[in-house]
Design a protein around this ligand. Structure first.
Ligand code: IPE
Ligand code: IPE
Ligand code: MG
Length: 245
């Protein structure tokens, strides 16, 4: 283990890390390459980040791979992204099983092209007994869309006049996942871009200027070290929090 890793406190790791993988286009522009080349490099970073998270002992990682709004990008880019996603799933699913990583997906998955959805479902099936870590891909995902879908499901059932947080959360795509502890966003943008709007209520936010294609295990470790210096208060006073630990 290198020096930086060894400074990590294994007792205080975030259980659930979520990442807005941003900056593929800017990375490509800097290198005078096509946006597609940026997405290809970004896919490599995603694959490495998943492995790194598992090695570091993270139990849940969620990657924002394609937003509900990303469908409005130029058709060529959307098609290229869908092809890359399919490639990732085809080439990584055995590797996920080997590493005991269970695959999960959230978002309006029925909006994905049939061939992508088939490969996604096969990969989910293949990894369904894995227990070491859960990797969730957010695909055709929007936080507002998720809340609207939950509300509509509740209306459809139609047996409630009012709901509470617990009942409502049970209708979100993330119902089987713990709350995110740490959100990482690459490429310096200070916004949520419609990601996990409900779930991020008390999540610690870490923004790095590093563009996603340059993101490596050392960057993840840096984010985790930063997280370990934070004091989470959940509305309490600092003294109350210290007494609880
Ligand atoms: C993130 O990189 C990947 C997706 C949103 C699919 P971008 O493509 O948004 O890269 P920038 O923001 O243009 O640099
Ligand atoms: C968020 O990034 C979506 C993903 C990382 C998949 P965007 O690049 O789409 O977000 P904006 O447009 O900068 O807000
Ligand atoms: Mg972007």
């Amino acid at each position: 283990m290198n020096k930086v890793n060894s400074e990590l406190n294994p007792q205080r790791l975030p259980r659930h890390v979520v990442i807005i993988m941003d900056g593929n286009g800017r990375w490509a522009k800097q290198k005078k390459l096509s946006r597609l080349s940026g997405h290809k490099e970004g896919m490599k970073s995603a694959s490495l980040a998943v492995k790194a998270a598992k090695e570091l002992g993270i139990k849940y990682i969620t990657l924002f791979a394609f937003s509900a709004q990303n469908w409005n990008r130029p058709e060529k880019e959307v098609i290229a992204l869908m092809n890359l996603l399919k490639q990732y799933l085809e080439s990584e699913s055995k590797e996920l099983v080997k590493r005991d990583i269970k695959l999960n997906a959230i978002g309006r998955l029925n909006e994905l092209p049939d061939d992508v959805l088939d490969v996604l479902n096969s990969a989910i099936d293949l990894t369904s007994n894995c227990k070491g870590m859960t990797l969730t891909l957010a695909l055709s995902y929007g936080g507002r869309e998720e809340i609207i879908d939950a509300v509509n499901s509740i209306i459809e059932i139609g047996d409630r006049k009012a709901v509470d947080e617990k009942y409502f959360s049970g209708f979100l795509y993330t119902k089987d996942l713990p709350e995110p502890d740490l959100l990482i966003r690459t490429s310096g943008e200070m916004r949520l871009s419609n990601f996990l709007l409900w779930q991020l209520a008390y999540t610690e936010i870490y923004v790095t200027k590093t563009l996603w294609p340059n993101f490596r295990k050392s960057h993840l470790v840096r984010a985790l070290l930063n997280f370990q210096k934070r004091e989470r208060r959940f509305g309490l006073t600092s003294d109350q929090v210290k007494k609880e630990i």
